[in-house]
Design a binder for this molecule. Structure first.
Ligand code: ADP
Ligand code: MG
Length: 248
């Protein structure tokens, strides 16, 4: 079997006296859509930030397709094809939908030097337009991102993460604050993208219906460590999870 797309080993992270992540380990294999759930403050976003080089963990290692990326910066991880969204929206409100997505692609290709060897601007535009069409935003292509609905901005955010041409995408609450129609749309688009491209996703989300129907496997965090792991139906029936989270 080939190396996991993502391997997280014993990650620990404290902020002063707060132990946000207390030794978390898991693997994610190609094509999986892994859900990461848990109560507020259980360490989910901190874990993402440690995996993605935005925060330096106190201990532990991160491997992407067998390569140790523990010391790698976020921008370099992006160049390896690892995309992400943040819990907060990261679209630029005064730029059009198209320009936001192109910009995300330019960041992926980094310096002018590496851009010489990367796709042309025309190539990036084409890639951005394909994603706009994929997320059914073509009618909003030239609209300023700031004038879209919140749910539409979340779709733009997801499209931006996919501009890395990514093998692995980490989404932090992609459906947070999104209405039911948009939620169903987002879920269906992510499942389709995964099926068409084999992209591996790790998704933090609070909406249980969304997570249970989107994800192939779920990990539950509580107080900085993993309390359960399994298929959606196993998690739904797990008494520890119900007590710690679902019952609350
Ligand atoms: P989640 O995403 O699961 O809601 P977080 O990872 O955001 O949880 O937070 C985990 C814990 O770490 C919380 O107690 C939170 O207050 C704390 N925390 C997160 N980021 C910081 C930070 N930059 N400085 C201090 N404490 C933080
Ligand atoms: Mg969070």
């Amino acid at each position: 079997m080939s190396a996991p797309v993502l391997s997280v080993r014993n990650i620990e992270k404290s902020f002063g006296g707060i132990q946000a992540v207390r030794g978390v380990s898991f693997d994610v294999h190609k094509g999986e859509i892994l859900g990461l759930i848990g109560p507020n403050g259980s360490g989910k976003s901190t874990l993402f930030n440690c995996i993605l080089g935005q925060l330096a963990p106190d201990a532990g290692e991160v491997h992407v397709t067998g390569r140790n990326v523990s010391k790698m910066r976020a921008s370099d991880l992006n160049k390896l094809g690892v995309g992400r969204t943040f819990q907060q929206l990261s679209v630029f409100p005064k730029m059009t939908v198209l320009d936001n997505i192109i910009l995300a692609g330019q960041e992926h290709h980094g310096t002018m030097l590496s851009r010489l060897f990367g796709p042309s601007d025309a190539g990036l535009t084409q890639q951005a337009e394909q994603l706009i069409s994929f997320f059914r935003l073509t009618h909003l292509r030239d609209t300023l991102a700031g004038s879209l609905s919140y749910g539409q901005q979340k779709l733009v955010d997801a499209a931006m993460a996919l501009m890395a041409g990514p093998s692995l995408v980490l989404l932090d609450e992609p459906a947070g604050g999104v209405n039911l129609t948009m939620l169903a749309n987002l879920k269906e688009r992510l499942v389709t993208y995964n099926a068409e491209h084999g992209t591996t996703f790790v998704v933090i989300e609070h909406n249980m219906e969304f997570v249970m129907s989107l994800c192939t496997r779920i990990i539950v965090l509580a107080e900085g460590h993993i309390i359960a792991e399994g298929k959606p139906e196993e998690i739904r029936a797990n008494q520890t999870v119900i007590d710690a989270y679902l019952g609350g």
